[in-house]
Design a protein around this ligand. Structure first.
Ligand code: BTN
Length: 245
C-alpha cells in the first residue's frame, strides 16, 4: 500500500475519485493512494459529511482487492485498518488512543479521525475495497455544531507533517493487511476489543431511540456490537445504537 501516491489539490471526495477509477476498463493498481488537500464533498459514515479545513488535515483513500476475504467476514478489514491507525496515533501522541466502534479513533472523549470503507462483492468474496481515512492533524478550531472533536495539534500542541503522518499510517496498515491476507491475524480481534472505547464500562447508550445502560463485551463476526444489558447479550448494527458521550 502506498507505492503509488496521487496528490490532488482539490477533489469532491478521495473515495469518490477512486470509485470512478474502479469503474474504468483499466483497473487501478492495488494500494494506489489518493490524497487531497481539500475535499469539497467529503463523506463520513451514516451519510454524514466530513469537513476539514483545507491543507490542515490528512484526507486520503486507497484501493485494495481483498478477494481472499469472504463477504461475510468483511468486517475484518475494518478491524485491521482501525488497529493500525490506532497504533500509529497512539505512538505519535505518546498516550493511548481508543477505537470507537466501528472505526473511529478517539483520544479521551473526542474524535481524532474516522474511516469510511466501501466494498464491492463478487460471488461470496470481496472484489474491491476503497478505504478512506480522515485524520484531524493541524486544525485547531472546529465548528460549534461539531461536538467531541479534536486534532493531533490540539492534543499535543505540535504541528505535524501531513505526508509523514500518512506514510506512518500506511506502513501500519500494510503490516496488518499482510497479516490478514496471510491469515496471521489471530490477534487482530483481541487488539481491536482490547483498544475499544468504553469496553466493559457500564455506560448509557441510545438503543433504537431509548436510553439504556449497557456494557460493551465485544463484537461478533459480522461486526455488530455486543452489549451486556442486565446480564443478557444483545447484538446491534450501526443504525441501531448510538453512544452518549
Ligand atoms: C467517519 O468518521 O464517519 C468517516 C470519515 C472518513 C473521512 C475520509 S476523508 C478521506 C475519504 N474521503 C471521503 O470522502 N471520506 C473519507
Amino acid at each position: 500500500v502506498g507505492q503509488n501516491i496521487i496528490a490532488l489539490q482539490r477533489v469532491d471526495s478521495t473515495n469518490n475519485f477512486l470509485r470512478k477509477e474502479l469503474s474504468k476498463s483499466k483497473p487501478i493498481p492495488e494500494g494506489t493512494v489518493i490524497m487531497a488537500e481539500d475535499q469539497f464533498a467529503g463523506r463520513g459514515q451514516h451519510n454524514n459529511t466530513w469537513t476539514s479545513e483545507p491543507g490542515k488535515n490528512l484526507t486520503f483513500s486507497f484501493v485494495l482487492y481483498p478477494v481472499f476475504l469472504p463477504a461475510s467476514q468483511q468486517f475484518l478489514l475494518n478491524i485491521a485498518v482501525s488497529i493500525a491507525i490506532n497504533d500509529a496515533l497512539t505512538q505519535i501522541i505518546g498516550s493511548a488512543c481508543k477505537i470507537k466502534w466501528p472505526n473511529d479513533v478517539f483520544y479521551q472523549d473526542s474524535k481524532i479521525g474516522g474511516v469510511l470503507i466501501e466494498n464491492t462483492v463478487a460471488g461470496n468474496h470481496l472484489k474491491s475495497s476503497i478505504v478512506g481515512i480522515g485524520i484531524n492533524v493541524n486544525q485547531v478550531e472546529f465548528a460549534d455544531s461539531i461536538q467531541n472533536i479534536t486534532s493531533l495539534k490540539n492534543i499535543t500542541g505540535n504541528s505535524f507533517n501531513i505526508r509523514d503522518l500518512m506514510t506512518g499510517i500506511l506502513e501500519a496498515i500494510d503490516h496488518r493487511y499482510s497479516e490478514l491476507k496471510e491469515a496471521r491475524n489471530e490477534n487482530h480481534y483481541g487488539l481491536y476489543t482490547g483498544n475499544l472505547y468504553r469496553f466493559n464500562e457500564l455506560h448509557k447508550f441510545v438503543i433504537k431511540g431509548a436510553v439504556q445502560n449497557g456494557r460493551i463485551t465485544g463484537i461478533d463476526e459480522t461486526g455488530h456490537l455486543v452489549l451486556d444489558i442486565d446480564g443478557n447479550q444483545y447484538h446491534f448494527g450501526l443504525k441501531e445504537i448510538r453512544y452518549i458521550l
